[in-house]
Design a protein around this ligand. Sequence first.
Ligand SMILES: [Zn+2]
Length: 242
Amino acid sequence: MSSIKFNLQELKITVITGAGISQPSGIPTFRGSNGLWRNYNPQELATPSAFDKNPFLVWEWYYWRINLIQKAQPNPAHTILAQLESQGCNIVILTQNVDDLHERAGSRCVIHLHGEIMKTRCVECGEKNIVLLNIVNSLPKCPLCDGLLRPAVVWFGESLDSTTINTSFERLANTDLLIVAGTSSLVYPVADFPFHAKRLNPNIVILEFNMNKTPISPLTNNTILGPVEETLVNYFKHYEGF
Ligand SMILES: [Zn+2]
């Protein structure tokens, strides 16, 4: 495997991660056949209209997913990224995943582009960041106004939080090494992030780790194909401290 050698501690590293980094931990992807739940396609459930029509059904699905995530453990791909940070690297993770596996692996600088599955938002008063305490098959209610709570995640047809986008763009403008791991780079606007970073900084080094080539592969300095829990570890284990 050809490697580009860096002094990692001198670089600002940004990592974009997607479902492919959580899949080895047993988290089903929306795109895979194992993403189905009771024969529902996630795209039928992760929408505002599905929630309006049948909030209990949508919550049942989220409880099922939360349960899977709570039982799952971070895999070596999460761990190597956390180790880069603990070795003194300036590293920020922009994840499309709503699980907390990066944090449980030890990463501290994690931006959740699509929200966090363990957080909720009140559909009545708009109160944010209410942590879901009781994982039971019932409709969770807002502690402030008794309104219905919804998962604080970005559903199909919804926009990403503007503050989150702005923070991500500021970081991309200030990145030396961009690692794109476990994402098909098909879901916008995140799919455009590497192009945006390259426009802002033509000298940026972009490395992609994924099972298959993606629309961003022609942009990268190197696309390393294979399971991310192996390729990421193999790539970075050559550096001092690993
Ligand atoms: Zn409320």
